[in-house]
Design a protein around this ligand. Structure first.
Ligand code: DSN
Length: 417
């Protein structure tokens, strides 16, 4: 049982925490946007900064008693700037969505136009999807990938930029497995005088390790989450040029948020400290090698991968023609102890509730120490589960094998009581 001091008498909550820990330990976590934060990151996030109001910014607070909050926020700034080489950073956004909202509000008025990546081609809800605040407040247009290569169609991007003349172009994606060419985005933005915003949430860890090109030299504003490949707490960041700093700060607070979550800033600080260590670079390289191994193994038995493979931490399997859709695949994998998510694939006509794709990522498994040979075994589990997607008893047997295998990779050993 997980023992958290003070929770001894709260049996119901303790049990939920315990079951979630065991779920994470015993299953294969392959959601491309998830990872396992270190115990240090978890400890900082559960620290006494939970108690502190610190509206404002270092040395410009609206509350007393902020001397250590100031020290913490400044240290976090220093670490982020060292990692990404940016001129300015705001570490207060509660999430990637709120980071994107603040970035838009800093440079746009309601009704202004945005050119972002189509959700079904790999973009994110906040890049202009009709159901998100972005699509509701702004006039949104989208670019996508080429039908032939499934890589971003940069010629079409430039064509759209020159005809639509958006105020903002957004680069970045949630299910695009390839490196993004920021120089091309800069060219498109310069052609129409747009501000370039890059949302690097998925690949921020790869950028930190120098595996993916950095958007910082190209974009006026770069947003990110801190919990994906960056392996920190759930939260957001905004990097920007000094010329945007005032507008960004004003939009985060008081524009969108009140008090920052200083305990989460502490956890971001811990994660950034880890990202500055040499083994973080090894970790990111291994994550990509593992994704490429997974891609090779699934391709070798006939699964079609969008764009043919990956340069990053994720792959997107196109299940059309395989006899099952993304929802069926997700359910079968879940029963087999493998956690992943259904996803749209470019140009598909299916509903987003039962799309044709399956997105798989290797960031979390790599944190647990998985190497390529372990990914070979993971691939066999996935193939076996998809082959037997309608055989519940077989899927349960696979789940037992998954657990026997996965439990050998320690996760939070210090949490055992
Ligand atoms: N929802 C996240 C993902 O899974 O990619 C992006 O914010």
């Amino acid at each position: 049982m997980v023992t958290l001091k003070g929770l001894e008498l709260d049996q119901r909550l303790s049990q939920i925490l315990h079951r979630e820990l065991e779920r994470q330990r015993r299953k294969l976590e392959m959601i491309a946007s998830e990872n396992f934060a270190s115990e240090a990151v978890l400890a900082a996030g559960a620290s006494v900064f939970t108690n502190k109001y610190a509206e404002g910014y270092p040395e410009r607070r609206y509350y007393g008693g902020c001397e250590y909050a100031d020290e913490l926020e400044v240290l976090t700034h220093q670490r982020v700037k060292k990692i990404f080489g940016c001129e300015y950073v705001n570490v207060q956004p509660h999430s990637g969505s709120s980071a994107n909202m603040a970035a838009y509000f800093a440079v746009l008025k309601p009704g202004d136009s945005i050119l972002g990546m189509d959700l079904s081609h790999g973009g994110h809800l906040t890049h202009g999807a009709a159901v998100s605040f972005s699509g509701r407040l702004f006039s949104c247009h989208s670019y996508g990938v080429s039908k032939e290569t499934e890589l971003i169609d940069y010629d079409r991007l430039i064509e759209l930029a020159t005809t639509i003349k958006p105020k903002v172009i957004v680069a970045g994606a949630s299910s695009y497995p390839r490196i993004i060419d920021f120089q091309k985005f800069r060219e498109a933005a310069d052609l129409c005088g747009a501000v370039l915003i890059v949302d690097m949430a998925h690949f921020a860890g790869l950028v930190a390790a120098g595996i993916h090109p950095s958007p910082v030299p190209y974009a006026e504003i770069v947003t990110s989450t801190t919990h994906k490949t960056l392996r920190g707490p759930r939260g957001g960041l905004i990097l920007c040029r000094l010329s945007q700093a005032k507008a960004i700060d004003e939009q985060v607070f008081p524009g969108l948020q009140g008090g920052p979550l200083m305990h989460i800033v502490a956890a971001k600080c811990a994660a950034m400290g880890e990202a500055l260590q040499p083994d973080f670079i090894d970790y990111q390289h291994q994550t990509v090698k593992n994704a490429q191994r997974l891609a090779a193994r699934l391709s070798s038995v006939g699964y079609r991968l969008v764009s043919g493979g990956t340069d990053t931490h994720l792959i997107l399997v196109d299940l059309r023609g395989s006899g099952l859709n993304g929802q069926q695949a997700q359910t079968a994998l879940d029963l087999a102890g493998i956690t992943a998510n259904k996803n749209m694939v470019p140009f598909e006509k299916e509903s987003f509730k039962a799309p044709s794709g399956l997105r798989l990522g290797t960031a979390a498994l790599t944190t647990r120490g998985f190497k390529e040979s372990d990914i070979d075994q993971v691939s066999r589990f996935i193939i076996d589960a998809l082959d037997h997607h309608d055989d519940e008893s077989k899927l349960k047997k696979i789940a037992q094998k998954v657990e026997d295998f996965t439990i050998n990779f320690p996760l939070y050993p210090g949490m055992d009581s």
